[in-house]
Design a protein around this ligand. Structure first.
Ligand SMILES: Nc1ncnc2c1ncn2[C@@H]1O[C@H](COP(=O)(O)OP(=O)(O)O)[C@@H](O)[C@H]1O
Ligand SMILES: [Mg+2]
Length: 435
């Protein structure tokens, strides 16, 4: 077989790869056609260069078959060049994709997602599996329902006699820094409570929004975009922040139920049986008090997106600037790649703007040009962002130089770009051409 990056291949004489969907840390997922059954499927092929986890995923997924909210396993096997392949039910989109698009979700959408997730998590736990990497990219929407995918680093937390595995410490970090439980940061063996802790962190992020602007810090998950010399350092700092903050501080002005849920989950012991019903009812009562119906209407399935053009523009600007920040935090390799594509860096954009200000007595500010540059960088920053959110599975001592040093510098640049935009907005008649 050629590189798995190239569609037009047929696996096991049955599955014709059509197009690449999103690639995660360990697998590349394709949309494919099952030539026998004439239906579309999702084909996950392990990346050869990675230490494979697809074997493990196939094993766990087999065990979870028949569980509502887990994709159906259609076929698994070894392709002719010995890469593992997993064919599963094709689902619509992951929540991370919607989040990129909508920036944040309404309370209603988050409550519907949470209700589904608590039930799916309970079913998975009942089959002795802990997921260990819950995050928006591993949560999928399909035909009005919510599914959990990616069992690549899942684990059985009890044996066939339902005896819980021993508590252990000194383990490697497992999961994704942003959503990891405190126990994961401490290197402890993970249990059911840890999936639930991640769920609440996901909820907070979905409600507060994906993007952080420096001056709106309090409106995001408190450890979003934290700095550190490298991944390991960042993991440590994020862990410390999670431990230091109380659920009240973490949840801020969200409905008190999220804080109560986190309080409860953090009180659970390693082997405790979580009271899933308590959590489900807690959130259902919240929905009731806000007159929210569980009618499977999500923000993205509503007929009209409820944003005015003005709001939309503002949202786009927020996304773009936040992405610039994220881009500047991406590894040097990624930034080099962007440079080779000859896209102006924020530094260049800023210097340009500064020059035009200095050269003219009158305010000279080419809004469109600036927007274009920001847009270009934004597109590339998506690549970096994608990379950033996918790289984080295990502690990676060897993750090369992350570019946090430039972050502080960029902070001031972005604020100044903002400042320039404000000046421009206040003086719309003052336009002349830049040299
Ligand atoms: N059954 C599926 N149907 C459609 N898309 C899927 C399916 N499973 C995964 N994906 C998409 O592919 C991405 C990567 O798959 P995932 O199983 O999470 O791999 P990885 O272990 O590499 O993270 C997911 O984030 C999701 O967007
Ligand atoms: Mg994944």
């Amino acid at each position: 077989m050629n590189s798995p990056n190239t569609p037009n291949q047929i696996i096991n004489n049955q599955f014709a790869l059509k197009k690449k969907l999103l690639a995660g840390s360990y697998g590349i997922v394709f949309e494919a056609e099952d030539l026998f059954k004439k239906q579309m499927v999702a084909v996950k092929i392990e990346k050869k260069e990675k230490n494979t986890t697809l074997d493990r995923e196939i094993h766990i997924l087999t065990r979870l078959q028949g569980t509502q909210g887990v994709p159906k396993l259609i076929w698994s096997g070894i392709n002719n060049n010995s890469t593992n392949v997993l064919v599963q039910q094709l689902l619509t989109k992951d929540i991370g994709v919607y989040l990129q698009e909508y920036r944040k979700f309404s309370l209603k959408t988050v409550l519907i997602i949470t209700d589904y997730l608590l039930q799916v998590i309970r079913r998975i736990h009942n089959k002795s599996v802990v997921h260990r990497d819950l995050k928006p990219e591993n949560i999928m929407y399909h035909q009005k329902q919510i599914y959990i995918v990616d069992f690549g680093i899942s684990k059985l937390y009890r044996d066939n006699n339902l005896k819980h595995i021993q508590f252990k410490e000194g383990r490697s970090f497992v999961g994704t820094t942003r959503y990891a439980s405190i126990a994961a940061h401490k290197g402890q063996e993970l249990g059911r409570k840890d999936d639930l802790e991640s769920l609440i962190y996901i909820d907070i992020l979905l409600l507060k929004g994906l993007y952080q602007l420096i001056y709106l810090e309090q409106r995001t998950l408190p450890w979003q975009n934290m700095l550190g010399q490298n991944n390991k350092e960042r993991q440590k700092q994020v862990g410390e922040k999670k431990m230091k903050m109380t659920p009240t501080e973490i949840c801020g002005d969200l409905p008190i139920e999220f804080q109560k849920a986190l309080d409860y989950i953090r009180s659970l012991q390693y082997q405790s049986d979580p009271d899933y019903d308590y959590l489900i009812q807690l959130f259902r009562k919240l929905a009731q008090s806000r007159k929210i119906e569980y009618d499977d209407i999500y923000d993205w399935t509503q007929q009209t997106k409820q944003t005015t053009p003005d709001n939309q523009q503002q949202e786009i600007a927020i996304k773009q600037i936040a992405s610039l920040q994220q881009f500047e935090r991406s590894p040097r390799t990624m930034q080099n790649k962007c440079q080779s594509l000859k896209v102006a860096s924020t530094q260049d954009v800023f210097q340009d703007r500064k020059k035009s200000l200095q050269n003219n007595l009158q305010l000279n500010f080419q809004q469109n040009q600036l927007n274009r540059s920001i847009q270009n960088t934004y597109v590339l920053s998506q690549i970096a962002n994608d990379y950033d959110s996918k790289q984080d599975y295990f502690s990676q001592d060897d993750v090369s130089d992350t570019l946090f040093q430039r972050y502080t510098q960029l902070k001031s640049q972005i604020l100044q770009i903002h400042h320039l935009q404000n000046i421009e907005n206040q003086n719309p008649n003052n336009k002349i051409c830049a040299s």
